[in-house]
Design a protein around this ligand. Structure first.
Ligand SMILES: [Zn+2]
Length: 154
C-alpha cells in the first residue's frame, strides 16, 4: 500500500481552522500537496522566494498567535533531511537569508521535522522547514505552541 502523503491525526492535535478538512481531501486525492505541480491545488499563498531547490511561502494555516509562519518546501519529493545534498542544504541557507533580508524579521524559530510523522507531529510527508515568528515577549504575552513531537503523559 502507498504511504499516505499527509497525517491528519497530527493536524487534529493542534487544530487550525479548516486545515483538518483540507488534509482529509488531500488524503483522498492521494497526491503530495507539497510537490510543485500540486502545490496550488490547496495552497492559497504566493511564493515569496524561489531558489534552485526551495520554495518559500507563508503557511496558509499558521499556528495560532503567530505573526508570521513561513514554510520552506524542497523542490523535489524528498521525505528525509538525510537525503538532501550538500548543495540543497546550502541553498536552504541562501533562501533563509533572502527571507530575512526581505521581511526584516527580528526573531523566530527555524524548525525542520524529520522522519516518521508519528514521531514529529508533521502533517505533510514531503520535507519542509518552517520559520515561526511570534510577537516580542512582554507582560501581555504567553508562549507560542508548535507541535514538534510527543512525550509520555504524566
Ligand atoms: Zn512531494
Amino acid at each position: 500500500m502507498k504511504k499516505p502523503m499527509v497525517n491528519t491525526i497530527n493536524a487534529d492535535v493542534m487544530p487550525r481552522s479548516d486545515y483538518g478538512q483540507v488534509l482529509k481531501a488531500i488524503l483522498k486525492e492521494g497526491l503530495c500537496p507539497f510537490c510543485e505541480k500540486n502545490l496550488f491545488r490547496h495552497h492559497s499563498k504566493p511564493i515569496l522566494i524561489k531558489t534552485k531547490h526551495w520554495l518559500v511561502t507563508e503557511n496558509a494555516w499558521p499556528y495560532e498567535g503567530t505573526k508570521h509562519h513561513f514554510v520552506f518546501i524542497v523542490r523535489h519529493h524528498i521525505e528525509g533531511a538525510e537525503h538532501l545534498t550538500p548543495l540543497m542544504w546550502a541553498d536552504l541557507g541562501a533562501a533563509f537569508k533572502k527571507l530575512i533580508k526581505k521581511t526584516k524579521i527580528s526573531g523566530g524559530s527555524f524548525v525542520m521535522r524529520n522522519g516518521k510523522m508519528e514521531y514529529t507531529g508533521a502533517s505533510v510527508r514531503h520535507l519542509h522547514a518552517q520559520l515561526i515568528v511570534g510577537v516580542q515577549r512582554s507582560k501581555q504575552t504567553e508562549p507560542l505552541k508548535a507541535l514538534i513531537g510527543y512525550k509520555r503523559k504524566k
